[in-house]
Design a protein around this ligand. Structure first.
Ligand code: COA
Ligand code: AMP
Length: 632
């Protein structure tokens, strides 16, 4: 059988058990699985039931045992602290097994949850692997979220332990994490038994609560512990992501299927072999960081880069090229927004010319739609394949990509190429019927999803079914809309829900509306994502005040912006808000967010026939133009 893309893809769909059993042979199992695909309880499907393994063993121990102990596992490159260092697999094993021992001493057992609130430092990876080592379920929380978001995750995951640092560093700002953590714990119902705090020299945290433990002190005497065997179907981690409400969804990842998918994708999608350097310039708080900074490169025996910096400003738009050249990076994975930021500062690519990029073979982009302009700029400047690929926190790895490790297909700008083996992708209409080529529709994936994708939401099977499986029975609803062309290329155009993509970060406009609506002066509000040349999309809020409100518009806007920053976090980039007399609605009272968005983006639109009062659109247009929309 051939190794070309059509053959591989067809085999994965028609003979999934054979396909994934072959992939599973690359993983170490303590006890073999009984079933490859367990389809006894549809719509819930499990992979590798009965198998016993450990993800940390596969990511660390087995490489040391196989003689890779002296190979670099992690390169830490931190322009914000002027530091660089490396950890070999042997050193990584030492640190991970010690931290696992420390957690063991603190009473953490298999199945307990541990929240990790750490910036982009090697300890974040060590913490994730240490949890995996003892079978604890980690939940990493991104540093750019506000205390309230951290509190929501603490209440949902109910961690026994929290691992945090004293601070993170954003370009030249030191963000003290401990006060945020303490505030989150004041807001949360659930209280962990202990908080293990890593003191960074840039900012010392007060360890005054009885629950606080100093990371360095406990590590000094911690024993090294071995990997705990876990079931393939046991949870490895929970990662919270934005849904349509303020309550984030706890995406669950299992151990066995995830390890198989990570290993397979590293070689077949990214074409990275053991010993080669792979760099995902993201953050451990996002799914890209989980899969492609931590687990996949290490399970594959490659070298991963932990970069504590930005594409621009640390110190300039040449930072990515310096890292690629200095560390001999073979492939970089980042978001298109990073490239837009670089291009803005260095449109002619002068800084690229200053570095030797001869080891660099491919650029992978994801997290948001890659506009053809950014794609062609990157292609021209870098002269390597630029691969747009499409995925979600829920799937944990790419749904559509140009699989360089199988067969490089021609690139079509604006398309993440074709469905990846394992994903039976369809485009359907509102009734679930497949639509003809080049026709927009809902993008769905026929069940079962491949290994590594979410088996459910944390302790919420009902929400899992309601959110993803009930709209089109037998299919997973991606929440994205788009089309497939006559060659099978997918085009992902927009979300069908209230989720927006701000600089590659997934945010809920519904959650922002909840924050605005809670302000005592606000009668009603609408938040939409509008186009931004740098961040792809940014939120725009329109607010109607209650009668008799005395606060000035400028003061109220400032208060609302501050509230979103405090309740959701700076990463939401909520900076545009205006007061309006009324919001456009249908006669049944539904706010016409799509119409407002189209007006702000300068797109053609037709007001729906059901609009209550079309004259409101003139008022909205006037307010938008004061805000600078549509942009020239
Ligand atoms: N901890 C604390 N605060 C954080 C943070 C973190 N880990 N990450 C971001 N923030 C804050 C920033 O300091 C900024 O705050 P400000 O409003 O006070 O300036 C705000 O959140 C927005 O940050 P960011 O999204 O980084 O925007 P930016 O304007 O500072 O930078 C880019 C723009 C394009 C350079 C930046 O968004 C970027 O590097 N994007 C790549 C995204 C990415 O890798 N996504 C992962 C998907 S693959
Ligand atoms: P997240 O869960 O944060 O990774 O965000 C997932 C969402 O980002 C998807 O559902 C898409 O809406 C969007 N997305 C990710 N990658 C792409 C891509 N390559 N093209 C278009 N949209 C993308």
């Amino acid at each position: 059988m051939g190794n070309d893309y059509p053959t591989q893809y067809q085999k994965s769909i028609e003979q999934p058990e054979i396909f994934w059993a072959e992939a599973a042979s690359q993983i170490d199992w303590f006890e073999p699985y009984e079933r490859v695909l367990d389809d006894r309880q549809p719509p819930f499907y499990r992979w590798f039931t009965g198998g016993v393994m450990n993800t940390c063993h596969n990511a660390v121990d087995r490489h040391v045992a196989a003689g890779r102990g002296d190979q670099v596992a992690i390169i830490y490159d931190s322009p914000v602290t002027q530091q660089q260092n490396t950890l070999t697999y042997q050193q990584l094993l030492h640190h991970v097994s010690r931290l696992a021992g420390a957690m063991d001493q603190l009473g953490v057992e298999a199945g307990d949850r541990v929240i990790i609130y750490l910036p982009m430092i090697p300890e974040a990876i060590i913490a994730m692997l240490a949890c995996a080592r003892i079978g604890a379920v980690h939940s990493v929380v991104f540093g750019g979220f506000a205390a309230k978001e951290l509190a929501a995750r603490i209440d949902d995951a109910q961690p026994k332990l929290i691992l945090a640092a004293s601070c993170g560093i954003e370009v030249n700002k030191v963000i003290a994490y401990k006060p945020l953590l303490d505030e989150a714990l004041r807001q949360s119902q659930h209280q962990p038994e202990r908080c293990l705090i890593l003191q960074r020299p840039e900012c010392q945290a007060n360890l005054d609560a009885p629950r606080d433990v100093d990371w360095a002190s406990i590590m000094r005497h911690a024993p090294q512990v071995a990997c705990v065997p876990v079931q393939a179907t046991d949870p490895l981690y929970i990662l919270y992501t934005s849904g349509t409400t303020g309550q984030p969804k706890g995406v669950v990842r299992d151990n066995g299927g995830h390890a198989v998918a990570m290993q397979w994708s590293m070689q077949h999608i990214y074409d990275i072999q053991p010993g080669e350097v792979f760099w995902a310039a993201s953050d451990v708080g996002w799914v890209v960081g989980h899969s492609y900074i931590c687990y996949a490169p290490l399970i594959n025996g490659s070298t991963t880069v932990v970069y504590e910096g930005k594409p621009v400003g640390t110190p300039d738009a040449g930072a990515f090229w310096r890292v690629i050249a200095e560390h001999r990076v073979k492939a970089l994975f980042t978001a298109p927004t990073a490239f837009r930021a670089i291009r803005k500062e260095d449109p002619d690519g002068h800084l690229i010319q200053q570095h030797n990029l001869s080891h660099f073979k491919a650029l992978f982009l994801a997290g948001e739609r890659c506009d053809p302009d950014t794609l062609s700029w990157a292609q021209e400047q870098l002269k390597v394949p630029v691969i747009d690929h499409w995925w979600q926190t829920e799937t944990g790895w790419a749904i559509a990509a140009n699989c360089l490790g199988i067969e490089a297909l021609p690139v079509k700008p604006g398309s993440p190429t074709k469905a990846v083996p394992g994903y039976a992708v369809k485009v359907v209409d509102a009734l679930g019927h497949e639509v003809p080529h080049n026709t927009m529709g809902h993008i769905v994936i026929e069940l079962p999803l491949p290994p590594g994708t979410l088996p459910t939401l944390w302790q919420d099977d009902d929400r899992f079914k309601a959110s993803y499986l009930s709209t089109f029975p037998g299919h997973y609803l991606t929440g994205d809309a788009g089309y497939q062309d006559e060659d099978g290329y997918l085009f992902i155009m927009s979300r069908i829900d209230d989720v927006i993509n701000v600089a590659g970060h997934r945010m809920s406009t519904g959650a922002m509306e909840e924050v605005l609506a809670a302000h005592p002066a606000v009668a009603e509000c609408a938040v939409m994502g509008v186009n931004c040349p740098l961040k792809g999309e940014v939120p725009l809020g329109l607010v109607v005040t209650k009668d008799g409100v005395q606060t000035s518009p400028a003061q109220l806007s400032g208060e609302l912006i501050q509230r979103v920053r405090e309740k959701i976090g700076p990463v939401a980039a909520f900076k545009n808000v205006a007061l309006v007399q009324r919001l456009p609605k249908t006669r049944s009272g539904k706010i016409l967010r799509g119409t407002i968005r189209a007006m702000a983006n300068g797109e053609d639109f037709t007001a729906p026939a059901t609009i209550d009062d079309p004259t409101i659109l003139d008022e909205i247009s006037a307010v938008l133009s004061v805000l600078g929309y549509p942009a020239d």
